[in-house]
Design a protein around this ligand. Sequence first.
Ligand code: UD1
Length: 426
Amino acid sequence: MDSIVVRGGRPLSGSLPISGAKNAALPLLAASLLSDSTLVLENVPRVVDLASMANLLVELGGDVAEEPSPADAFGMTLRLSAAGLKDVTAPYDLVRKMRASVLVLGPLLARTGHARVSLPGGCAIGTRPIDLHLKALAQLGAEIELSQGYVEARAPSGLTGGDITFPSVTVTGTENVLMAACLARGDTVLRNAAREPEIGDLARCLVAMGAQIEGIGSDTLRVTGVAALNGARHRVLPDRIETGTYAVAAAITGGDLELRGTSLALISALADVLRAAGVELTEVDGGLRVARRNGRITGIDVMTEPFPGFPTDMQAQVMALMTTASGAAMITETVFENRFMHVPELCRMGANINVHGASAIVRGVPALSGAPVMATDLRASVSLVLAGLAAGGATLINRVYHLDRGYERLEAKLAACGADIERVKS
Ligand code: UD1
């Protein structure tokens, strides 16, 4: 298994490109199942989760072709066609590796009247059930059975519109049901829908494919079903979590980075926290600039919430930043249980963190020191890379496959801005 070695203590400076959003591209690939025409997606990040979703589409009978691009280009353009759809099963092996595989459930059911998707099972950041997806699809008329670890969803004479209120906010749940509703008979209203920008991106692509959706960007989505969807060409929006991660990289190293191809508007909750902590963020032509010039970060309390609140996917990175703050920071996780696995690893690097239920008290220390560490999920892993960039000495991050799931050539982007970072093959 590969690992990454970071020798910390260098302020980062320069410019790096932000890739397309993984969490937008995943449902967009699944949306190709809704039509028998070709969907072309530009700015798809070249990360393992997208390769897994592409494999799943191919298993189902879809065609996935990559348009030629220069070898050193970031991102890719994919041509997706589900004209030859032949299977409706998302098998355990794929869903177990990547929960977002459940995003094929809504499109398959709406297009063919039948979908069979393995239940995802436990995952490193909590139990993460899909009961809300299933309840909402049942409200569109699906018959749902659980058997042998699989969800069997059937709607032999098609789905029908419904009025659905999500009891709590779910991102992929909203996406699954939104995609299904596009081909349901009649009108669907989704209330308390998630408002993450990736849902807006999916909705805009669906509209380009001929779907009728109103309320994009709000928590109430109104869909008028259509008989069929067309092909379209769509550019995936920039990854706000990657943007935020590199913003923290600038802040934690006392550096000055320009992040290209993204925007400040995508990270406003994070930007508020970073500014309060003493980091400068400015909009520049084609991106944003993040710099920390004066002294230590100030400890700031953070609580994760659904969008537009502070994203849970930035919690670990901001915790890494707060480990060397002056003063204390209370970090409260409200979206997932058990999302503090990075805490013991950060403590091994000299951080002072105590967890009390859903909150972690981070008392800033003057400096971190490098250590061998390992993490159990994507964002926890990258928080250790960030800590390593600031720490004295070498940090060895094991289980790099977590990083490869969601960060496109992380070490190349950081090295180009002066980080001493390398991948060690084993
Ligand atoms: C998505 C993101 C993930 C992010 C998360 C929260 C993708 C591919 N993944 O995950 O990176 O961390 O949103 O912003 O976009 N829940 C239920 N029942 C359900 C569905 C969810 O109880 O049927 C609970 C979950 O356990 C969790 C909360 O609702 O506690 C939010 O989860 P959800 O928004 O569904 O996260 P994902 O869509 O899985």
